[in-house]
Every structure is written in structure tokens, then in C-alpha cells.
Design a protein around this ligand. Structure first.
Ligand code: PBG
Length: 326
């Protein structure tokens, strides 16, 4: 006890502080989510997400190359198709926008290509699966998820990331991938994905807002921590290689609990609304963006996430490189 113990001793110089530092964030921990949009011919800014664009395919590769050159190892790909229909056929079409993008990125970069897998961007009703009598039908949706996973893997996806929160989606996708000879392709499951208002800006970008109803019959109720742990447990049992909690900041306790309970690699998705908050406060001059960004990412790592999916990935990497160059 004081005066023998003085915690300020190891805080007294930058060198000592660095020596006792418990947590750090590196560009290598980050995944950059990107939108490729078949309906546009020039990059389209997303108004609620300053600095983030949807890209036509011919500009998409250049932005991905920027991620690679900044040392961000992975991109997560979302597609916006020209044609939508009730069964989301463009999600599993050979010439779908995501499939074409994957082939291009596979050819031009060494990035880890993570394909988001959901139907909501591809269905005319904006729901994450097959709608029957006004409800998303779980098991009929699983067949389409399996087909989508295989078509993404064939096109060059390195990781399949199902985000639809259907029961049994990981085992259905694992079986479909294995049948098609992709037993080496990992699944990163959005295991504990909460029904969140923080997805608002994303739905504008991906034009994926549901035409009627909401996603509360499959995404999780934000009140439940134990249920989130059950979701993750089931996904691991079904063969998920990496599990995810989403959103990140409002669910740091879930990340913490998942880290304590499981040994699998854990990802956290710092979502569109979280990005929008920081950017809005910064543009009003209320907060220093780079400083609060670093603190935000640190909180997610400290809670226990190994991997962070964030729209700020390139901002963070750029700043880090500047600091290193002095
Ligand atoms: C579904 C999906 C969503 C997000 C990622 N995958 C939206 C939703 O569930 O409505 C949200 C990501 C974000 O807000 O950044 N394909």
C-alpha cells in the first residue's frame, strides 16, 4: 500500500507507459467493410457516413487496393444488385455483383476477401430470407444461404460471413461448402447480432431496409446477454470458425462475456451508426476524431475482440502510419 505502492511510477515516461501497455490496436486487426453497387457509374457518397462511398465495380478495386497498401488485411464485401426479386436471386447468381467483384479482387489483390452473406440487399421486400405468409421462413432460407455461400466461394471468397441470424445457418452453410469441395473455407458467423437502430446508415447505403415489419423475429433482443452466449455456443457447435458480436460499443459486455466463455477467435462489428456518431461529433468540432476513434477501438479490443470490423479502418491505419513516420 501507499507509500510503498505508487502506480504513478510506471506512468512517468512514454517509454515506461509503452512497456506496461496491456492492449494495442494494429491495422492488422481490422476489417474494412465495402459496398459495391451495380446501379451506379461513379462513387456515391453515403450522406450519413462521411468519407464512405458505394463504388461501381470499376472503382471498387482501387479502394480495396488502398486498404491493402495501408496494411489492412481484410475487406468485408456488401453488394447492391440492379435487380431484386422475392427470392434474392442475385445473391447466388454466377454473374452477381458480389461474385464479379470477388473474382476481380482475387485476381488483383492479396486481401482476405470476406463475403457478407444475407439476402436483404437482394430481395424486393428487403427481408433476410424467403417470406411466406408475411414471415421469414427459416428452413427455406437456409437452402438459399447454402447456394449463396458456394457461389461466393467459387468466385474467390476466402471467408463466408453469414449475417442473417437464421437458426442452423452455420451448419447449413458448412454442409453446402463441404459438399462443393470448399471444406477449407472458414465461416465467420454474425452469431450475436442484435436488432439495432445503429444499422440505420447501413440500410441507406445497401438499400436494404425491410419494406414491411422489422427484423426482430430473427435478430436478437438487446435486453439479453445469456441468450447471446447461447447463440454463440450453438454457432461454435455448428462449426463456426470465427464468431462475431454486433454492434460493438453498446454491447461491450457481450464481447467480454463471449471472450471469457469461449476460446474461438472473436470479432466485433463497429457498425454504421457507431461510425456516424464519431464523424458527426467530430465535424461539429465537439470531439477529436482520431483520438476518440483510437479510444473506441481500444475499448473493443480490451473487452476481448481479436478482430474489429470498422468503417474507420483506413482512417486508423493512415493515422498510425503518419505517427510512425513521425
Ligand atoms: C445484413 C447486414 C446489416 C449490417 C451488416 N449486414 C444490416 C441489417 O441487419 O439490417 C449492418 C452493418 C452496419 O450497420 O454497419 N446484410
Amino acid at each position: 500500500m501507499f507509500p510503498k505502492t505508487r502506480l504513478r511510477r510506471t506512468r512517468s515516461t512514454p517509454e515506461l507507459r509503452a512497456l506496461v501497455r496491456e492492449t494495442e490496436v494494429f491495422p492488422g486487426d481490422l476489417v474494412y467493410p465495402m459496398f459495391v453497387d451495380e446501379t451506379i457509374s461513379i462513387p456515391r457518397p453515403i450522406p450519413s457516413m462521411p468519407g464512405i462511398f458505394s463504388y461501381p465495380l470499376r472503382r471498387f478495386v482501387a479502394e480495396a487496393e488502398r486498404a491493402e497498401s495501408l496494411g489492412v488485411p481484410a475487406v468485408m464485401i456488401f453488394g447492391v444488385p440492379k435487380k431484386k426479386d422475392p427470392l434474392g436471386r442475385q445473391a447466388y447468381a454466377r454473374e452477381g455483383i458480389v461474385q464479379r467483384s470477388l473474382r476481380k479482387l482475387d485476381e488483383r489483390t492479396n486481401l482476405i476477401l470476406i463475403a457478407d452473406l444475407c439476402l436483404c440487399e437482394y430481395t424486393s421486400h428487403g427481408h433476410c430470407g424467403v417470406v411466406i405468409d408475411g414471415r421469414v421462413h427459416n428452413d427455406k432460407t437456409l437452402d438459399l444461404y447454402g447456394r449463396t455461400a458456394v457461389s461466393q466461394a467459387e468466385a474467390g471468397a476466402d471467408v463466408i460471413a453469414p449475417s442473417g441470424m437464421m437458426d442452423g445457418m452455420v451448419s447449413a452453410i458448412r454442409a453446402a461448402l463441404d459438399d462443393a469441395g470448399f471444406e477449407q473455407t472458414p465461416i465467420m458467423s454474425y452469431s450475436a447480432k442484435f436488432a439495432s437502430s445503429f444499422y440505420g446508415p447501413f440500410r441507406d447505403a445497401a438499400s436494404s431496409a425491410p419494406a414491411f415489419g422489422d427484423r426482430r423475429s430473427h435478430q436478437m433482443d438487446g435486453c439479453n446477454l445469456r441468450e447471446a452466449i447461447r447463440e454463440i455456443e450453438l454457432d461454435i457447435a455448428e462449426g463456426a470458425d470465427i464468431v462475431m458480436v454486433k454492434p460493438a460499443l453498446p454491447y461491450l459486455d457481450v464481447i467480454r462475456e463471449a471472450r471469457r466463455s469461449f476460446t474461438v477467435p472473436l470479432a466485433a462489428y463497429c457498425v454504421s451508426g457507431e461510425y456516424a456518431m464519431l464523424k458527426a461529433a467530430a465535424s461539429s468540432g465537439y470531439l477529436d476524431y482520431d483520438a476518440v476513434l483510437k479510444e473506441t477501438l481500444l475499448s473493443i479490443r480490451r473487452a476481448g475482440a481479436d478482430i474489429i470490423v470498422t468503417y474507420s479502418a483506413l482512417d486508423f491505419a493512415e493515422k498510425k502510419h503518419k505517427e510512425e513516420r513521425g
